[in-house]
Write a protein that binds this ligand. Structure first.
Ligand code: ADP
Length: 382
């Protein structure tokens, strides 16, 4: 293949998601460029530039020679996204789609408008409105900041309207007339996630729905496929994600976080328009990983096969990490004990609770696979 005709993809954000696009880009011969927030980030093993993703001039300059612009996170401001589009760049996902992943109130309104099942919700501007919502919802609510939350930050279960006063005060200080999102406290059996990828020209491919187990608002484990999921609910999950991708014109990977309720319904919790923690299992566990699929999708190339390659794939996140001993020692022990388990080390400095890597185990017996993945991760995490 001729040198110099490789497709160039600019990724804004230098975290582990950009990092995990690198092996896929290498295999496809794609020239991947990353705009990282600072030196020494996870993705700096790619061709990396450092700059502020909120700075229009910097982002325009970084993206100017790219065939496609895509993202490691959802935080690029709308004004910057629109400047890229106005400059004639192919931005995937585009600004309008991304808005639904940037703002939870916008997301809830958009999904409700499409008839997609979501928890009961309301925009609440002050504690009086929250009090009304609590009265209407058995005295409990999940209150969320519309923007900037992640890994459970910006999410709070409240049983009294005063419990969100600090957030209302912060909104008042902003002076933008913003509201909080109040939701019913969903009685869920478990959390699921459904990922799809969609090309600008329309093709959509779905992976199996997975079960995701959260601890303290952070994804801890993912089991693919979701054990014992009723095939009808699996179809509903795939249909919901496909409908969202099509209606919101999402391009690239869309991950839909779902609740399977105690009474057997599927409700949408959250959207992410990029590769997602709930899809890391696909690196080893699917014919096509979410990272390769994202690159294919944003370049409008035919999508890869999403079939699983094993009966079960379990992904366990590594949070924090030991502060003693060397990496080499830990690898000696872990690799000797679990030769079939794969580790992904994000190259981050460990801090308590910080996602610094994950492990993936596969096989035909779920109990064995779960045990191996958990035991391997325990050799590395907090
Ligand atoms: P984040 O943006 O931090 O990922 P989410 O909206 O996904 O925030 O919420 C984080 C976690 O809080 C969810 O994974 C779920 O466990 C819990 N949660 C969120 N919304 C609700 C709800 N309406 N009812 C019950 N639990 C919820």
């Amino acid at each position: 293949m001729a040198e110099g005709d490789s497709m160039r993809v600019a990724v804004i954000g230098g975290g582990q998601l950009a990092r995990m696009m690198v092996p896929a880009a290498i295999n496809l011969g794609i020239d991947l460029r990353v705009l990282a927030e600072s030196e020494g980030m996870s993705a700096d093993l790619a061709a990396t530039d450092v700059g502020d993703y909120r700075n229009v001039d910097k982002v325009l300059q970084f993206c100017s020679t790219a065939d496609v612009v895509t993202f490691d996170h959802e935080h690029v401001p709308q004004a910057v996204l629109h400047a890229l589009v106005d400059a004639g760049l192919a931005v995937h996902p585009g600004p309008d789609a991304l808005l639904a992943a940037q703002d939870k109130l916008h997301m809830r309104a958009a999904l409700t408008g499409l008839g997609i099942p979501v928890p009961r919700w309301a925009a609440v501007a002050d504690s009086a409105e929250l009090a009304t919502f609590l009265e209407q919802n058995n005295g409990a609510a999940v209150v969320k900041t519309a923007r900037g939350g992640y890994d459970g930050k910006g999410v709070r279960i409240v049983r009294a309207a005063t419990e969100a006063d600090d957030w209302f005060a912060a909104l008042a200080e902003d002076g933008n007339g913003g509201s909080l999102l109040a939701e019913e406290l969903v009685d869920f059996r478990r959390e699921l996630a459904q990922s799809v990828a969609r090309r600008p020209s329309g093709q959509v491919a779905a992976w199996s729905a997975v079960e995701s187990i959260q601890r303290d608002g952070v994804c801890a484990e993912v089991i693919a496929p979701a054990p014992g999921l009723d095939p009808e609910l699996a179809r509903v999950a795939a249909d919901i994600a496909t409908a969202i991708a099509e209606a919101l014109n999402v391009t690239g990977v869309l991950a839909v976080e779902l609740f399977e309720t105690a009474d057997g319904r599927i409700l949408v919790n959250e959207l992410a328009m990029r590769p997602h923690n709930s899809g890391h299992w696909s690196i080893e566990g699917s014919v096509t990983s979410q990272f390769e699929q994202h690159l294919r999708a944003v370049l409008d190339l035919p999508l890869g096969d999403t079939a699983p390659v094993a009966g079960w794939t379990v992904m366990v996140n590594i949070l924090g990490g030991p502060t003693t001993g060397t990496m080499a020692d830990r690898y000696q022990n872990a690799f000797a004990a679990f030769p079939g388990v794969k580790i992904h080390n994000y190259g981050k400095d460990p801090r308590p609770g910080r996602k610094v890597g994950h492990v993936t185990a596969m096989g035909d017996d779920l109990d064995t696979v779960l045990h191996e993945a958990r035991a391997m991760a325990a050799l590395f995490g907090d």
